[in-house]
Design a protein around this ligand. Structure first.
Ligand code: ADP
Ligand code: MG
Length: 431
């Protein structure tokens, strides 16, 4: 049989026998094949890291067996265990774990030094690795001189130093921005596909599951389910972990997502808008692709989706794709959306305009209505002051105004400001 890792009836306790005793792993049984790319997925505290450390030979379970290439590493000699840790597995950590006083080159070469490889050969091999990860120029720098993304690439190079067949990555994307996270994911995929390495990635972020072949779900120290992911299952796990990933701090991307959510989801409940906003943010940060985005929008609300009509889900998803492709900046996405989408705000403006000119006696031409709509939209967005609104409304059509009389202008402006102050409501209005 081809299992490179086989875990049998593992039970692991911390502080066993003390009042603080916790059982971190309960009756774990699993097998991973040579060349597989799998994930341990579950919430914080579910036992993912504990399981990884057992597989790495860093820790020992009180009960059970761990076979690596059919050899039980829980009962080999200390020396054999040490060799296994050095050449059998490479570990990538979330916190990078680089040695601050050593250069990048020395950090990566260190595991080779323990194996007694000559200095010249260490240097040659290390530079090859650094080149592969695109950080060769950093060889003589110190970790603190590097960005987070670069440090993580050093961490990966170090994990690969002794050419281990098994790569363990413990939340490798946790400290990275989305571009760097995507790059690391791509690299893990390449290590698996091209180099044929067996990879276990530990994660609690569903979007990082896209390339893995199998997911082991962990909860409270138990493997609750094993699954081969499809875009659908990724969407489901994403929904499932929705609330864990919401963070209270707002950056500008978050703020944009918030505004976009307001625009797209006018008339929906706050819960629905919040949920939409969450997934939109994941999409805008490119954590999820458009297929998964569309699926979660379409999923019923009760099943942790947004519960939109399929057509609306498709339309929004296509629209977001389009602008993400055309323009990278989130702020621009927002602007584009405001101006170009047949967005709900258009309907809103239309309603307001009807309300404003309700007791206007003359008849407005199509051009005048159009310009008045633009003016109202600009006033709503606070791009213009009430004074400027009145001026343009009063200006002649030739001068790109609306061409209303001074008196009508006064009345309309007063009404609009009353709406904006919340003192007056217009029919169906939610402003
Ligand atoms: P995860 O990686 O999924 O967040 P861990 O494997 O780190 O989970 O932790 C599993 C459980 O074991 C948690 O309840 C955690 O508090 C406990 N635990 C982990 N490491 C230790 C330790 N060194 N001493 C005591 N308890 C620990
Ligand atoms: Mg952990």
């Amino acid at each position: 049989m081809d299992s490179i890792i086989k875990i049998q009836n593992i039970n692991l306790w911390y502080d066993k026998g003390k009042p603080s005793e916790t059982q971190a792993l309960k009756d774990i049984n699993l097998e991973i094949e040579k060349g597989e790319y799998v994930a341990f997925f579950g919430p914080s505290g579910s036992g993912k890291t504990s399981l990884l450390y057992l597989i790495a030979g860093i820790d020992q379970p009180q009960e059970g067996k761990i076979y690596i290439n059919n050899k039980d590493i829980t009962s080999v000699s200390k020396k054999e265990a040490a060799i296994y840790r050095q050449i059998g597995v490479g570990i990538i950590f979330q916190q990078f774990n680089l040695i601050p006083s050593l250069t990048v080159l020395a950090n990566v070469a260190l595991p080779m030094a323990f194996l007694g490889i000559s200095e010249d050969k260490r240097k040659i091999e290390t530079l090859k690795l650094l080149e592969r990860l695109g950080i060769k120029e950093m060889a003589n720098r110190y970790p603190f001189e590097l960005s987070g993304g670069q440090q993580q690439r050093v961490g990966i190079a170090r994990a690969l130093a002794n050419n281990p067949p098994i790569i363990l990555a413990d939340e490798p994307l946790g400290n990275l921005d989305s571009d760097n996270a995507k790059r690391v994911l791509e690299f893990l995929k390449e290590l698996n596909k091209k180099d044929g390495r067996t990879i276990i990635m530990v994660t609690h972020e569903a979007w990082s599951l896209k390339d893995v072949k199998r997911i082991f779900y962990l909860k409270d120290g138990v493997v609750t389910k094993t699954e081969n992911p499809t875009p659908k299952t990724v969407a489901e796990s994403l929904s499932h972990h929705l609330y864990q990933e919401l963070t209270p701090e707002l950056t500008s991307v978050e703020v944009s997502a918030q505004s976009l959510a307001q625009l797209f989801m006018r008339g929906y409940s706050i819960e629905e808008i919040k949920r939409f906003e969450f997934f939109l943010l994941e999409r805008l940060k490119n954590h999820i692709d458009s297929d998964i985005f569309r699926r979660v929008l379409d999923r019923p609300f009760k099943q942790n989706g947004v519960g939109l009509w399929r057509q609306k889900a498709e339309r929004i998803s296509r629209f977001i794709d389009d602008i993400i492709q055309k323009r990278k900046e989130i702020k621009k996405v927002y602007e584009e959306l405001e101006y170009n989408l047949e967005s709900p705000i258009r309907d809103e403006v239309e309603k307001i305009r009807m309300w404003l000119i309700e007791d206007y006696h003359g008849k407005l031409s199509e051009l005048q209505n159009h310009r008045l709509n633009e003016l109202i939209a600009e006033r709503l967005k606070s791009i213009i002051t009430p004074e400027r609104f009145k001026k343009i409304a009063n200006k002649s059509k030739k001068e790109y105004g609306v061409g209303l009389s001074f008196r009508s202008t006064q009345k309309i402006s007063e009404k609009l400001e009353a709406i904006l102050r919340g003192q007056e409501a217009y029919p169906g209005g939610i402003l």
